[in-house]
Design a binder for this molecule. Structure first.
Ligand SMILES: Cc1ncc(COP(=O)(O)O)c(C=O)c1O
Length: 455
């Protein structure tokens, strides 16, 4: 009988994170300051603690995971590698489909892998309080969870549309001792400005990031820092524990190498976490198709240009070389809140430029159809973000069937959807429609970055 899940013992958990920056064939473009020159680490020190900035700029291949961070990760890690046998049977595919189940963490997604690490490094640095943004609420709840265990205060700016659509995520943040406000809010200069200019805005991750950074850097005590749940190099690094575990688990069941790796991509972190250790294999000659998937409503990798742009709407961050839809882009209120970000991790963007990744976009209707197929075969109800990976898995499994090939497909199951049932209800009631970002809107949004330096 084929194994339906593969567990790794706690003794075999990876003890180092993998840094793709060490192995990319060419170096990514550096972040730039307001003067157009590469930033130096001290320029980030009002926003992040120096120990995380060191990771951000590191090109060391392996970075030790502190024992105290592992102690917390053991609560749910190593995460199981499951085989989607019921979906395979339903599709009658010869493909073997595996998925890394990141939905089993207490907050229900991959996000605490970095939340715990970031809270720990901030605490080591003497920080007392973290501010952050959240889209769907997964990241905000993960950071509240981590801060509670590590002993930090946590303040979360939650994108307005998700704040209204996902009230139970707020409850999770409160249970873990965090504070959550809707963004734009009246608690920051920038939030008040946006509320004056666009009182009915659904908000965006870019706006919420601006508010959280403003609050962190304006704390005169110097004891507040900002924490980002995706995009940055150190976040990708912390997530690589997913792919490193998966490599060990596949070896345990004698699967040599996946043919296809799939993860949904908002800022890029769960995708990178699973994919980067395998991207290294690909750089070294392995034949793997590696696919980040995103919404047609927010098609950063598939429609955006590779450009220098700000990570936030108020233009407070350094300029990052990435695929972007423009920092002023306010995506339509699709239900996959965590995929509504205008930019993409510079490391993921660079790997796309190197031809190592093959991005695809999926419409929300196809994604919900895929999520229902998944729930009615595998049984689990996935997060709307994760459904973008599931849709691609189904496509690839059907392609394997057509070609009559026994492919090995590996997916990151980034989170459960038990807090996202309102979106499922809308789909089941026929209230959702397809949405493809109109060219005209993209052009308007990109006008804001046309005078920025070019990579
Ligand atoms: C379940 C889930 N998957 C994926 C994402 C997208 O983020 P990232 O691309 O950083 O993994 C999110 C973000 O909130 C999420 O909650």
């Amino acid at each position: 009988m084929d194994d339906k899940k593969v567990y790794l013992s706690e003794r075999d958990i990876p003890r180092q994170w993998y840094n793709l920056a060490a192995d990319l064939p060419t170096s990514p473009r550096p972040p730039l300051g307001a003067d157009g020159r590469p930033i130096t680490p001290d320029m980030l020190s009002a926003v992040f603690p120096m120990n995380l900035i060191e990771q951000e700029v590191s090109t060391k291949r392996w970075i030790d995971i502190p024992e105290e961070v592992l102690e917390i990760l053991y609560r749910w890690r190593p995460s199981p590698l499951r085989r989607a046998v019921y979906l395979e049977r339903h599709l009658k595919t010869p493909a073997r489909i595996y998925y890394k189940d990141e939905s089993l963490s207490p907050p229900g997604s991959h996000k605490p892998n970095t939340a715990v690490a970031q809270a720990w490094y901030n605490k080591q640095f003497g920080i007392k309080r973290l501010t952050t943004e959240t889209g769907a609420g997964q990241w905000g709840s993960a950071l509240a969870f981590a801060c509670n265990l590590i002993g930090l205060e946590c303040k979360v700016y939650m994108v307005r549309i998700s704040f209204d659509q996902k009230p139970l995520r707020k409850s999770m943040m409160r249970i873990w001792g965090g504070t959550c406000v809707a963004s734009p809010s009246d608690q920051t200069e920038f939030g008040r400005r946006i509320l004056r200019e666009m009182p009915d805005t659904p908000g965006s991750l870019g706006i919420a990031i601006s508010e959280a950074i403003e609050e962190a850097v304006s704390d005169a005590s110097g004891k507040t820092r900002y924490s980002l749940g995706s995009v940055l190099n150190h976040v990708m690094l912390h997530q690589t524990i997913i792919g490193l575990e998966a490599q060990k688990q596949l070896a345990l069941i004698n699967e040599k190498q996946p043919d296809i790796i799939i993860g949904c991509a908002g800022g890029g972190s769960n995708f990178a976490g699973l994919a980067f250790p395998f991207v290294n294999d690909k750089i070294n000659g392995a034949h793997i198709t590696i696919i980040p998937t995103e919404p047609t409503a927010c098609p950063t990798l598939t429609k955006g240009p590779f450009a220098y742009d700000f990570g936030d709407t108020a233009c407070q961050t350094p300029l990052l070389a990435m695929f972007t839809l423009g920092h002023g882009f306010v995506p339509p209120p699709i239900h996959a809140g965590g995929l509504r970000y205008h930019g993409m991790a510079p490391l993921v963007s660079h790997a796309v430029r190197e031809g190592l990744l093959e991005p695809r976009s999926y419409d929300q209707i196809r994604c919900y159809e895929a999520a229902l197929t998944w729930a009615r075969t595998e049984g689990f109800i996935c997060a709307p973000e994760t459904s973008h990976a599931v849709a691609c898995v189904i496509d690839e499994a059907n392609r394997a069937k057509k070609e009559g090939r026994e492919k090995v497909i590996l997916m990151n199951y980034s989170g459960h959807g038990l807090m996202d049932l309102a979106g499922y209800n809308k789909f089941l009631d026929g209230e959702l429609t397809e949405y493809h970002l109109p060219e005209e809107e993209l052009r308007r949004s990109l006008a804001a970055i046309k005078d920025l330096p070019k990579p």
